[in-house]
Each structure stands twice: as structure tokens, then as C-alpha cells.
Design a protein around this ligand. Sequence first.
Ligand code: FUB
Ligand code: ZN
Length: 678
Amino acid sequence: MKHSVSYPLTLSQFQASEGFWKDKMELVRKEVIPYQWDMLNDRVEGAAPSYCMRNYKTAGKYIRENKVEDSFSNNLEGMYRGFQVLPKDPENLEDTFYGFVFQDSDFSKWIEAVAYSLSNHPDAELEKIADEAIDVVCAAQLENGYLDTYFIINGMSGHFQNLTDLHELYCFGHLAEGAVAYYHATGKDKLLKAAMRYADYIGQCFGPEEGKRKGYPGHEEAEMALVRMYEATGDEKYLNLSRFFVDERGKKPYYWDSEPSCHGFRFWAKRDENDEGYQYHQAHRPVREQDEAVGHAVRAMYLYSGMADVARLTDDETLREACRKLWRSTVREKMYITGAIGSTHVGEAFSFPFDLPNDTAYAETCASVGLIFFARRMLQMEADSEYADIMEKALYNTVLGGMALDGKSFFYVNPLEVLPQASRKDARKAHVLPVRPKWFGCACCPPNIARLISSLPMYAYTENEDTLFMHLHMAGKVSKQVGDKTALFQVNSNMPWHGKVDICYCGRESTDMTLAVRIPGWCEKWQAEGIEKFDQRIEKGYCYLTGTWTEGTNISFCFEMVPRFYQADERVREDIGKVALMKGPVVYCAEEADNGKNLHLLQVIPEGEIREEWSDILGITLPVLSIQGERKTPASTLNTLYTPYEKNTYEATEVKMIPYFAWANRGENEMTVWLRQK
Ligand code: FUB
Ligand code: ZN
């Protein structure tokens, strides 16, 4: 039996209303996208250059001048630092490839964000810039469809020889996602055709047919992208190729072992000595036999998202069950309260269950973006609010925290506790930055935030034939086709600060349909008004309202949203005896800017009163929570490392907590999410 599935809205079905998310989407449109375009063209002083558009231009030139070599020239000697190809003399750039092997993906994620932004807000000038950029990218494509500047510039004999490490299929995936989005936004198919030609070339090289290679991506992404291509074009060969990549992964003998220069991060994040295969790449065993989230966290999320897509489209129960297990492993054993995942910087990877250190957390922004991709795809297969709860948590905390309030600097790593001195002086914490840099040599995260936020309606709502699912209560006007009628809802909400959601049916035509509204997991009490005339059913965290919707029908939900303390499972060693504060989906943190130095001396009284007031951080007004606490007073014997025990004394203090996503917007300072509990 086919499962009942739902699909994301297209962006033309949603128009954001004033409020929290519209502000963020506008920030991405006005600040982040232009800023990133400057970055891609190396025009931001003081920021690590991207070289991205430069590489495309160089590759295009190689093609025009017939300079593309067959043999891999590897003229990179002496310039390879930390996997990044850097110019010998930055003042005097040669016509060669610079940056990470996956530098092309910076453009692809940017164009994807541009596409969503154009759908939300047409902008002829931006579209012109994007069209010109697409011309540059397409000019770098080889006759046979191949399009990856690293090999076009360095020599083609190396291409597809090291799928494990060299990211070609990852870059292809991002290109395809950007191309599909741009096609949907503008109707222009130049980039889509280029991506299709590239996909066709990949399909000639890899596949189940005899004579084709049995490889699969070292960094997953193509799986999801091929599904999007299939959904955009209806051409099954793309779905088949995606399924092939999913099915082939982890089969023994490992395809990658046949690759001459395969490195493969075999020893990173290995689980035990009997099982060291390719866990870092989630290829240690066939995907249907995997039940624990392991290895590089972004790779894992992209794979699981692709698996969920394939499971949905092919109605594959074993694959669906594997997705469920991997989901549970991720969110029930390996996720921070902020929706961050991948707790070790060694391999940017998952650690063992419940190993969630706060001050050495890696918690890459992209991993939480990927978790949101995975959650939405699980939701599409089964409307269970657990998926939406996590989607919301990752979004409001780690993903938003990945970007400064002004959209001009970004975090890659998202710790839950920071001591600036430790970041500078302790090599184990060197990856934990106390302030957001303007950009990164490896700039995967900022454009991922941009593409996610500008396409947020596609996560906030999904639909099937007769049901509109409201997952994130995002304020705006939502339309839905029901047979030959158009349903139209105006949703007013002030999430994440208030739990009241007003929904007005404002379509001229009456429609018979179901509205399924998520009851958030953080909400203990809720009530609804105006729903009497509908058939009502609560299932897996959704309130289904079925009936005839007529113009002027007003309903409202009131989800109680009170600040609440949380504790972690006792297996999380670092959080024992500590509490974290949340209001609705928003995690709070204490910063030195409000509470002085030495946050570790604070303890809080969870039963105490909580005061809420609105306060400005970098010109943005946010609800700040003040909780009752105490600060340890100095011991009587000072300047002695250890002294005989004496009863600790504390003085009462108020601890001011701000939304975690707003931390590090007031310069370098200490921060902590978890506080000791009195
Ligand atoms: O390898 C490509 C991207 O760079 C990954 O997704 C990130 O984790 C970063 O390593
Ligand atoms: Zn990233």
C-alpha cells in the first residue's frame, strides 16, 4: 500500500507576512546574498577569498583556448595546505585552480538562495547578475557534459578516479539543486540543461548496467539532488541513478578500495576495531543495515535525506525503516538541545551515543541544515510532529545562531559553552570561535543558511491532495489548489515569541479540505477556538480539521509558551546537575556581556521566578529572560589551587539569558547554555 505522502509548497504559494521570518528572509535577500556574491568574486577585504567565480572563469578560458589537458597535471605541489589550494603569491594569481576541491559548490548554493529569493521577491537586477553568473558557469562545461573546475583546470584523467575524497558528485549535487531552483523561480533552463547534461554524463559512467562503474559519492548530496531533478523533469533516469547510489553504498568489496588514490577517512569516527570500514562516509555497510548515525555529520544528513527521498518515491519499506532508525539514533542519542549534531571536531563527526561535550562541540551549521532537510523528508513520508519539533529546534537555534544578527558574519562551529581564552590557547578548542568570522576558506555553511532561510516556506508547510500541513506556524498567506478550487489562508503568528496562531480562511471559493496544524512538542497546554464546525482528529501531534472552509472562517490556536528549564538524559556526562532554559522552541544562553566573567561560578534556581523583558541586541529587540540564581563567593583561602573542603557560599544574583541564536553579537565574551542547578 502506498503511504500517504506530502510535498513542500512551491514558493509561489506563500507570501510571508511581516514578522520574525519575513525579517530573516529580507536579511538574506538584502544583506547575505549580495555579500556572498562579493565573496564569490573575492571582493570583501579582510575575508578569506573564495576563488569560486575565478575558477569558473579559468576553466572557461581553458575550454575556449583548448587547453584542457587529459593527463592530470597536478601542478599543486607545495601549495596544498589543509586540503586547500592556495596561490603561491596572492598578489599575482596564475590561471590555475584555487581553494578547496569543492569550491564550485559555493556558487551553486548561492544561486539556489538567489532563486528562492527571486521567487519571494522579483528583482530584475539580481536576476541579471545571476544570469551572467550562469553564463560563466556554463562556459566552463565540457562537450561531454562534465562540469567541475578542479579537473577541467588540472587535467581530466583524474576525474571520477577518487570519488571518496574529491567531491565531484557532491559538487554536481549542489549544481543540480541550484539549477532546479533557478528553473522553478525564473523559468530559465540554461543551468538546468547544463546540470542535466552533467547528470547524463554521470549516468553513462555509473549505474547498475554492465560496463558501468559501481561507484557512489564520497560526500553525499547527489542523491537528494537527483531526486529533485527527477521531480522537476519527470525523467525516471534521475531517480534511478539516485537509487543506484543509495543501494550501492557500503556493498563489499568496497568500490572505493578499487580507486587508485582513494584516501577515505577510515580511522575517523570509527566505532570499534571490528568495524572500521568507511564509517566516516556512512559506507561501512549497506544503508538498509545501518542503524546508528556515524561519521561526518553533514554527509550523514545528506545521505539520510536522499534515502528518505528514494524511500518515499519508490515506496521502499526497508529503506524507510532504516531512515527511522537513523533518525532516532541522531535525535535521541546524538543531538544537542540546540538541534546541533556532530559533536566531535575529529572528522566533523558524530561521536558515540550521549557524548555531547559543550565546550569542544563541533556542531557544524551545515549539519543542522542537513538535519532540517532530513526532518522535512521524514515529515513528507509520515506526518509525525517529532520530525517538525526537531526541524524547528535546529532552525531557531543552531541555524539562526550560525549567522550574526546583521547577516554579515557566520559561525561554522556552534558550541554550547565558550571561554574565549580557551579558544585562543587550548588547541583542543581552537575550532570553537568566540566571534563569527566574515567568511571561511571552506565556506559551506553561510550559503547553506541562505538557501534554507530563503526557502523556509517549503519547510513550514507541506501539502497533499486535500490536506495542508502547517508544521512551523510561519506567518503569511498560503494558497493551495484543491481540485479546481483555490484555498487561501492568512496565518498570523508571532512565533517564536508568542504561541497564538490565528488562521483566517480568506479564499473566495469555499473548499472541502483538511488543515493539519502541528501541536508543538514544547507546548504542554493548548486550546483552539472556532474549530467546532470541523471534524477534528489528533494524530501524531497534528490537529486535523476537516470540512468546508468558507470565506471569513476564523480559527485560532493558543499554544502555551512559557519559559521552561530542561535537563539532559543522565548519560550526557557534561550536563549532569545542570539545566538549560527554553521558551517555546528557542534555547537561551547566558553571556558575559550581561552576567560578567566566570559564568561557571553561577548556579540557577529552576523553581525561581522568571522575568521577561524586551531588550535590544544590535538593534534587534528580543525577549530577554532573567532568572534567579547565585554566584559563588570567593573561598577564604585564595591563591591556593586545592584547599580542605569548606562549605561553599553564594550570593544571590539575577542571571540574564538571551536567545542562543543571538549570542556573540556584542563582541568576544563567555557564553554558556547549560548552567549549574542549585
Ligand atoms: O566537504 C564539504 C563540506 O565542507 C562539508 O559538508 C563540510 O562539513 C565541510 O567539511
Ligand atoms: Zn558547513
